[in-house]
Design a protein around this ligand. Structure first.
Ligand code: SF4
Length: 277
């Protein structure tokens, strides 16, 4: 299967202030929302607004110095933390093994759906060794509702077999080792490293993160790998895991793919795309 993946949930509200800004603003508002969607891959999926943010976002990004962008990002993170104090990975898990399985299942599926499937799955296969010995048809049946279940079954069996053989059932803790496992791409590895091992090795770029990075003028690319590199340059390393959660929450609650609610957005004076997408 393609090495892809993703995580998330949300709430929001807004107020306004700002100084570091790329434009003028307005806004005050309230809004709440919770959701779970997930996706894998890059900055934009089918049916979603395409492109690399607004023309203004690209113009601002081209002119903005890295130092200025870093300053702007600090304020973005600060405001989003205030908006979403509980932002975290919404895939339910008790250990690295469970998070790795859940993240593989979350490709092209909502976290909510994955969370409905995993409790029974983890009861039946509580360890990588147990999962490695699963009957493919039984596993397929258990994960069928998450979609792409045949490929996911192959990935899970391959991953569990490799973890059992190479690491005696322990989930490895490095990007290199994780991405060498069947069905595990950089995004899945980033989810596990950041949320199970609390190591900031990279930034998870799912569809929300990619879209918001573009709109906020933090990246001009459509490629998740390039977007991640752009974010790693301007986001402090200690915030790499959190920024993904925060952007995902904000993407679900306010900066939606089709109709971003710029008037309700706490970032609108910091966002070059405000009212332009
Ligand atoms: S909702 Fe509007 S102002 Fe807020 S981040 Fe998205 S595009 Fe920018």
């Amino acid at each position: 299967m393609a090495k892809t993946e993703r995580p998330s949930t949300s709430t929001s509200r807004s107020t306004k202030t700002s100084s570091t800004s790329t434009r003028t603003s307005r806004s005050t508002s309230t809004s709440t929302s919770t959701s779970t969607s997930t996706s894998t891959g890059g900055a934009g999926k089918k049916g979603e607004a395409k492109g690399r943010g607004s023309k203004e976002a690209r113009r601002v990004r081209a002119k903005e110095s890295l130092a200025a962008r870093r300053e702007r990002v600090l304020e973005i993170v600060r405001r989003l933390r205030r908006e979403y104090p509980g932002a975290t990975c919404s895939l339910e898990h008790a250990d690295p093994y469970q998070l790795l399985v859940a993240t593989i299942l979350s490709a092209q599926c909502t976290d909510e759906r994955v969370n409905m499937v995993t409790p029974a799955l983890f009861r039946r296969y509580p360890s990588p060794e147990d999962l490695a010995g699963a009957r493919p048809d039984e596993l397929e049946e258990m994960i069928k509702s998450t979609g792409f279940f045949r490929n996911k079954t192959k990935s899970l069996l391959g991953m569990a077999g490799a973890v059992t053989e190479r690491y005696r059932g322990r989930i490895p803790e490095t990007m290199e080792e994780l991405t060498a496992l069947p069905g595990v791409g950089r995004k899945t590895a980033n989810v596990v490293l950041g949320n199970a091992f609390h190591t900031n090795v990279g930034v998870v770029v799912d569809t929300h993160v990619g879209r918001l990075a573009q709109r906020l003028g933090l990246s001009a690319s459509d490629d998740p790998v390039a977007i991640e590199q752009d974010l790693m340059k301007c986001v402090p390393r200690e915030d790499w895991t959190d920024i993904a959660h925060l952007l995902i929450y904000h993407g679900r609650a306010v900066c939606r793919a089709q109709k971003p609610r710029c008037g309700d957005c706490v970032l609108n004076d910091l966002c070059p795309s405000a009212f332009k997408v």
